[in-house]
Write a protein that binds this ligand. Sequence first.
Ligand SMILES: NC(=O)C1=CN([C@@H]2O[C@H](COP(=O)(O)OP(=O)(O)OC[C@H]3O[C@@H](n4cnc5c(N)ncnc54)[C@H](O)[C@@H]3O)[C@@H](O)[C@H]2O)[C@@H](O)CC1
Ligand SMILES: Nc1ncnc2c1ncn2[C@@H]1O[C@H](COP(=O)(O)OP(=O)(O)O)[C@@H](O)[C@H]1O
Ligand SMILES: [K+]
Length: 496
Amino acid sequence: MMHLLTASQTRQADQYTIQQRKISADDLMEDAVNAFCRTFIATFPDKHQFISVYCGTGNNGGDGLAIARLLVREGYQQVTVKIAPFNRSRAEGFRLNLGRVESLRIPVTELSADGFPDESQATVLIDALLGSGLNKPLTGSWQLLVRHLNNSGRPIVSVDIPTGFPAEGPVGDPEDFIHATLVITFQLPKINFFFPESEKAIAEFKVVDIGLDPEFISGQQSGFTLVTDAAVRTLLQPRRPFSHKGTYGHTLIIAGKSETMGAALLCSEASLFTGAGLTTAFVPRDGLTALNVRSPEVIAIIRIAGSPLPKIDKYTAILAGPGFGTDQEAIAIIRQLIDARPGKLVLDADALTILSKDPQLLDKLPAETILTPHMKEFDRLFGAHEHWWARVQTARKYASLKRLVIVLKNRYTFIILPDGQVMINPTGSPAMATGGMGDVLAGMAVSLLAQGYAAGETAMLATYIHGLCGAQYEGMVCPAAELVKLIPAKMKALIH
Ligand SMILES: NC(=O)C1=CN([C@@H]2O[C@H](COP(=O)(O)OP(=O)(O)OC[C@H]3O[C@@H](n4cnc5c(N)ncnc54)[C@H](O)[C@@H]3O)[C@@H](O)[C@H]2O)[C@@H](O)CC1
Ligand SMILES: Nc1ncnc2c1ncn2[C@@H]1O[C@H](COP(=O)(O)OP(=O)(O)O)[C@@H](O)[C@H]1O
Ligand SMILES: [K+]
């Protein structure tokens, strides 16, 4: 797992690395700037393009000045520096690098809020105004300058983080941060890069290694980690030679109505393809033919009006909710299910809506139940939120209070564990923004639970593999039923 750091932990990591490696802050800045320039040059190789480097007077501005110097040294012929003198303080890294830029006779202009330069001739702007030192939303001249640059229509490459965009915490008005085409960020992506509000600030980000101490980083607790391929590979187990269907658990899937039988088919199929030994679906009579034709491997229990919940003891893990409806029959079954206190439970879709109308049910959920809401389902359960930071904080609160695993789905899905820790899943693709995708995820989750993975592990594996499958369709669209077919091969690739 990759430990993500807050801005203040990053500063501590800088200091620790400087002491540990017995280098100066200037050396570390030089390493950072070299790493930045390697990526920048690969992306913008033309040495004749006009590059305007906007620098503040802190260390981010110091980086900008050093970048201007390195680019000139690499043969870039049209590099100019613009300095925003709106803060009184001048960091040491800024002063040192300003001297070096001046001695190279790189053109430097000091900005005034009375009128900012016309950048219509610039090929690319480099944003080194403010970095992770941001401690409040931009105001005054900073705000005007950021708006001016955003309105220039030029590509903007931000150093470390777009100016005005906080590394963590609530994100303010999009007018008040740089809208970067590319962010080349140091050492680790910042926590807020994974929040949907980053969409305007960051079209793309690339992470460059600047040599911060890895042991120090992994000793830090920001509450946020990023799921890595290595962590998934360590966790995912191959099927054993002497195993039989009983080894891999039996899932019960409580899903589907006449009109939404497809949801039951998708999650049953996902349960099969993710490797559960047996899958049983509790479905309406008029869905039976579809189920038998589509997935002959799945056992059906027919649900008619007034049917009680099947005896749950024989099932290793249970999923309820996809396409299930929220009528009185559905409510009665969800109540029976929760009262029966199943050991391993995944609730999705309509089951979440039923919970949101009956807070007592939410209180009765067995520990380690996995909930898989998208944003609307989440807010229905826990109240409306103005921004994602608040939403994730609420998820942390309820996950801890009720010992739940909450899988809050999005471009980057947040997996919130019963200890309040947040794992962020990096895989996925807009190809997956189609109906039925959540049903597949829920089916994968119940299957992994039945196979013996713990609830948190299940959430991590299911979202990661689900996203890997979807990414295969990058640039296209991935119907949910097609994604299911990719699951076995993706799992194989992670194991071998
Ligand atoms: N310390 C180091 O050794 C390294 C630092 N690096 C760079 O240093 C940056 C952080 O530098 P600093 O901590 O000097 O801070 P910044 O350069 O981000 O900001 C400068 C100062 O602006 C002020 N400020 C904060 N919010 C403001 C607002 N809303 N309006 C106006 N002024 C505001 C703060 O007092 C802050 O110290 C990183 O983003 C990165 O670019 C890199 O060079 C890597 C190594
Ligand atoms: N743009 C995207 N990038 C990455 N993943 C996405 C994207 N859009 C959707 N997904 C994934 O697809 C799934 C959609 O789930 P959900 O909204 O519940 O779908 P449905 O209700 O139609 O089954 C989630 O796992 C989500 O993370
Ligand atoms: K910046």
